[in-house]
Design a protein around this ligand. Structure first.
Ligand SMILES: NC(=O)c1ccc[n+]([C@@H]2O[C@H](COP(=O)([O-])OP(=O)(O)OC[C@H]3O[C@@H](n4cnc5c(N)ncnc54)[C@H](O)[C@@H]3O)[C@@H](O)[C@H]2O)c1
Length: 263
């Protein structure tokens, strides 16, 4: 089922793979020939995406993974390598946000946000590196945000976590370059996904924040010069580029896919 076979023979571990952006990456990478471990905090969401890939003729497994838990990372990496082979692509998508200001953000909220976005990506990198060595190289793709460029005065944990990914990306890139392992940060703008629409436990929304409220949708649209919110597929295409040999000389940097929102 390979389209152009850009990822033929590769094994990709995708976190938040049951979500909109992670799911779009999983489906696109599978089309390009990769075998996928779709992992998510919620196993049923991961199983749905893995099932779609298999139904389309691709190769995928589903695993439950809370990215904040290093023991779970060890189990998922071991299972992925045993069933699919050494991992050569890691996509760190899992994220959390509580859209409240500094005064209202609790220690618990901060820990969930930073623990998922930043510590979760750090733990993932540490967990997959031995497998990438066995694969003779690899690519780590971290999911940034406009908050990786200008965190501003919103949720402090989110700004710190996404800015922290700039440093984590550069640290991993410079540490592992000599082992043929690249690390790239991909920063979307406003993407129409459940993260912004729904009242999720990891990303609560109400009428004051959800893009189900037309006022919030229009505000994000006004801040997108190219005139539409991004789709998960827009972002997945950048992930494919960064994961493929087309990007073989790109490491440590940020690719922004935001319709001009950061301008
Ligand atoms: N939607 C946007 O506009 C936007 C913009 C920039 C960055 N992001 C980032 O995208 C990610 C969210 O993805 P999405 O927009 O496709 O939303 P989504 O809600 O569809 O997907 C997020 C997925 O992450 C999973 N998840 C949450 N906590 C987890 C954990 N601890 N361990 C493992 N999985 C976990 C969820 O179950 C869900 O499937 C976040 O990192 C967010 O910061 C989103």
């Amino acid at each position: 089922m390979a389209e152009t076979g850009k990822l033929q023979g590769k094994v990709a571990l995708i976190t938040g793979g049951g979500g909109a952006m992670g799911g779009a990456q999983a489906r696109l990478f599978a089309k390009e020939g990769a075998a996928i471990c779709v992992s998510d905090l919620f196993l049923d969401k991961a199983q749905k995406v893995a099932g779609e890939i298999e139904a389309a003729g691709g190769r995928a497994i589903a695993c439950q993974l809370d990215v904040q838990q290093s023991a779970q990372w060890a189990r998922v990496v071991e299972e992925t390598e045993a069933r699919l082979g050494p991992i050569s692509i890691l996509c760190n998508n899992a994220g959390a946000n509580f859209r409240v200001s500094f005064d209202e953000q609790t220690e618990e909220m901060w820990n969930t946000i930073v623990g998922t976005i930043l510590t979760g990506s750090f733990l993932g990198i540490k967990a997959v590196i031995p497998s990438m060595r066995r694969a003779n190289g690899g690519v780590i793709l971290n999911l940034g945000s406009l908050a990786s460029i200008r965190p501003g005065g919103g949720s402090p944990g989110y700004g710190a976590g996404k800015m922290g990914l700039v440093g984590l990306t550069r640290s991993a890139a410079s540490t592992y370059a000599k082992e043929n392992i690249r690390c790239v940060l991909i920063s979307p703008g406003h993407v129409d996904t459940p993260f912004l629409r729904d009242n999720n436990p990891y990303s609560p929304n109400d009428a004051s924040t959800s893009i189900n409220n037309p006022e919030n949708y229009e505000r994000r649209l006004r801040h997108t010069p190219l005139g539409r919110l991004q789709t998960p597929e827009d972002i997945a295409k950048a992930f494919l580029f960064a994961a493929s040999d087309d990007a073989s000389m790109i490491t440590g940097s940020m690719i922004t896919v935001d319709g001009g929102s950061a301008l």
